[in-house]
Design a binder for this molecule. Structure first.
Ligand code: GUN
Length: 280
């Protein structure tokens, strides 16, 4: 079997088109959605990510501001910036790019964001809402991964979904979303014993570790759906995910590529969340 590709670029383009149309409709009513992206420091990967987010916003007609702050910005200054954005009526969504410099308490900063503007879905109010099935903002990466699963028409009810990784940004919310669709969910992590055996019983595998070749072909049941959230560089400096793509592709039913998979979907769902924040 050769797995079908789930094309993140194509799906994201479709979502962006829908957002564009809704932004046009909102603007006709005199409302322009606004997104503030805050970058502290000069981490090269973060600089690329935030410039993409700002560019995407402009493409769909969302007003965006990039707030660049020096690496030695104090926690108090950053908290004051967040508070100013909370009170800015032109800004509906606030994203503080992670990771923050070590001298700043990330959780404190996330907690300072008004949950109604927390388009990352990182605030405990939104994480809690997802956990108990109430409306709120869902973190963009797992939300995008769910949209990819939805795109192939898979009914998750009773399916075994294995999430590898337990981060607050991806693994935990991903597991909640799969559970909310009535999947039987197993969360695996660095202390998991028998990862291979657990994965072999999975109908859906979501790999979100940040390490190359965490999922190899001998861990995948024939026909399984494999979603690769990883974003790594291999020895040759080429972008790759957490999944041994070529080998797993020969076994799986569906697979997401890296690049061109979950990455563009994450960016598209940020626009969806920002539009939702503006409409609230
Ligand atoms: N760093 C890596 N991914 C993300 C994300 O989705 N949101 C924020 N704020 N920072 C990140």
């Amino acid at each position: 079997m050769t797995a079908k590709l789930i094309d993140g670029n194509a799906l994201a383009a479709q979502i962006k088109l829908e957002v564009t149309q809704q932004v046009i409709a909102l603007k006709a009513k005199g409302m322009t959605p606004g997104l503030a992206v805050v970058l502290v420091g000069e981490d090269p990967a973060s600089q690329v990510y935030v410039s993409h987010k700002v560019k995407d916003s402009e493409q769909v007609g969302i007003y965006s501001v990039l707030e660049r702050m020096a690496a030695d910005t104090t926690e108090a200054t950053l908290l004051a910036k967040v508070e100013a954005l909370n009170n800015d009526p032109a800004i509906h969504g606030i994203l503080v790019q992670m990771p923050l410099p070590k001298h700043i308490d990330s959780q404190k900063v996330i907690s300072a964001i008004n949950p109604a503007k927390d388009v990352d879905g990182f605030h405990v109010a939104n994480a809690g809402a997802l956990a108990v099935g109430l409306p709120g903002f869902w973190p963009c990466t797992p939300y995008g991964a769910m949209k990819m699963i939805e795109s192939i028409g898979l009914n998750l009810r009773g399916k075994h979904a294995v999430v590898i990784g337990r981060s607050n940004i991806v693994g935990k919310p991903m597991a909640q979303m799969l559970l909310n669709q009535s999947a039987t969910v197993t969360i695996c992590h660095s202390a998991t014993v028998n990862l291979k055996e657990i994965c072999l019983t999975a109908d859906v595998i979501v790999a979100a570790v940040g390490k190359q070749n965490v999922v190899t072909a001998d861990m995948v049941k024939a026909g399984a759906v494999v979603i690769d959230v990883g974003m790594n560089r291999n020895a040759a400096g080429k972008l790759c995910g957490d999944v041994d793509f070529d080998a797993v592709r020969a076994v799986a039913g569906y697979i997401t590529p890296v690049p061109g998979g979950v990455g563009p979907m994450t960016r598209a769902l940020l626009l969806v969340n920002t539009l939702k924040a503006a409409c609230a």
